[in-house]
Design a protein around this ligand. Sequence first.
Ligand code: F6P
Length: 756
Amino acid sequence: MKITLRLVISLVLVVALVAFAFSFYQVREEKIRLTSDLERRTIVLAESLQESVTPLFKSDSPEKLNRFVQRFGNRDRFQGIAVHDARGQLLASTADLDPQIPGSIPQVVHVLAEGRPADSFVHVGNRRIYLYAFPLASGEETIGVLTLFYNASYIDVRLEEIWRHNLIRFLILFVLVVAITLIVVRWSITGPIAQVAVWMRDLRTGKTGTVKPADLPKMDAALDPLISEASRMAKSLAIARARAEKASSLLARTEPPWTADRLREHMRAELGGKKLYLVSNREPYMHEKDGSAIRCIVPAGGLVTALDPVMRVCDGLWIAHGSGDADRETVDGNNTLRVPPGQPAYTLKRVWLTKEEEDGYYYGFANEGLWPLCHITHIRPEFRLEDWTHYRKVNEKFADALLTEIAGEESPLVLVQDYHLALLPALIKEKRPDAKVAIFWHIPWPNPEAYGICPWRQEILHGMLGSDIIGFHIQFHCNNFLETVDRFLESKIDWEQFSVTRGGHSTLIKPFPISVSFELPSGAPASESWPTKEDLLRALGVEVEYLGVGVDRIDYTKGIPERFRAIERFFEKYPEYLGRFTFVELGAPSRTHIKKYRDLTTEIEEAEEKINWRFRTKTWRPIVFLKAHHTHETIGPYYKASDLCMVTSLHDGMNLVAKEFVAARDDDDGVLILSQFTGASRELKDAVIVNPYDIEQMADAIRLSLGMPPAERRARMGRMRETLIEFNIYRWAGKLIAGLARLRLTDETSTSEATP
Ligand code: F6P
């Protein structure tokens, strides 16, 4: 737009300048022409009148002179004549002129003195008069003066007319210039460049496969060099991508599967006896009072699901917020305890927060600000200065806790988790430049426009870029992050290495799609002994043929109301399923201190009530909403017994429920309905992929899933399980930790990837 504006302004200025100069010249020429024409006509008339006036003047007959003079009354532009005697006294004048002729006319005086004609333009009222005084001579002597008066205002009128016409011409020209410039710029410059940009973006993101000449947008010849360079670059990109895909699939196929044991061995080799430090807001085990007893619960959410198995293998230190009401009663003097209870495998260190800190940092800045900022679900983020202040302070508190723990260790390895602790990497590096720090962002990263509304956008980026590695679930979020840094920070971005360098320190930005363990924790009951579909239905008090399940934290990003609407629509469209299908929603209350979350729970409960009221029978309900904190032991049997599982997130970094469902289906059965807006949909391509905003499509997806032939169900589930067996959480941890451990910190601040 800036270019177009500049172009339009310059062209308009040039046109205006030329138009003005041309008008000025035209007006000047016209003025000269009209004035000399008037003078010439006046002189001719004066000379002819002189012949008639002189005898009358000499005859000394004022009546005759007066009669003659009156004949020249106001005719068109000619106003009349006046005759003065040798003393300058007015003898006669045309009647209309009388009131306009001043007592003494300087030109008359001049003619009497010099004996030569004199002329001038004078203003009478609002008119401009041309006055020509001519001597009446008798021999050598001037005996009087004949003065002619012409109205010369028509010259001014004509000149104004020229200015006006030229102004109108200029305005028409102005509109034409602007319109033509905009059209030409759009056709020849911005349009083609936008086309090239879309085309290049599609190539970069892999939307177009191989590059064919027909793919190239039709361009102006002037852009040919750009197009040919871009096409060459695209070709190399496509070749490189194909090679990389081939290489990684070969590597993946030749690699033995990642298991807990393999990760343990791998860690031993990579860490060489070093401890792994993990920092997150959410703790993996939380102690709560239950009457006079204390119970230990595993909080819901992907972070704990994914990282607890890793820590069990690595035996490190996990620092997290102690948020259970019995947490203080279960730690030692250093605020630590060994977990999991009964099978201690690693150490949990709890950090205590005041109520105000928890309000401002966790509920406020993290969950009312960053959470809706990063998830595109049309919930407006709220940013408050006091929340930001708490967020900074709590990040410092976590940094202090960690720095104390790593005080005696050389080059410690630190894994920071998620959006609650965005400032932590820079705080650690400030004090311990030798530490190797990675932050893994469990939620999506938005595009620069969406991110840009955050008042502390630079501080957050600065905090994160303290890390040596920043991990996201998918490449798309890495690209968004790099584009965001590019927009808001002074830095050098290497799009080949996917790294950012600032002040001598480099950070690698990489995708690490998180996953599940695919193994039951040791000691957990084998799936064969889990409650069956019949057991579950009996407990629910419903008799049905088909069972569906949804497992979520009750969060507006999960698309639970949309899911319920789709179930209602399914029964409207396919009434033959009434009484034959029940959907069980296992919803864990989450962040209930925030009003939007409480409102969402009410909305879900009301939807359940409405749909059940509409369709229920004595022995059947379409939806069962079980709002509670459900353990893995409760959820596992539902995964195993259900005909379908619905994951309908409006936006989700990965969504491990989808992967847990697939991992639980060791019978190779069941259908996964999966939102296209989850990171998981990039890997689980055999799910029935849906747009959760499209209720009709989701209703049809339920119908498709329930009617899917068993062979197809098994084939799809089999392929998804193969993917997850290979890309499990041990592989995720192995790659991330090895990536970090092998980094060479070449000086105090800069990072480079070591050759594996
Ligand atoms: O996935 C994002 C995340 O914040 C995880 O870090 C966490 O496991 C989950 O959501 C649960 O959220 P919370 O810790 O707020 O209960």
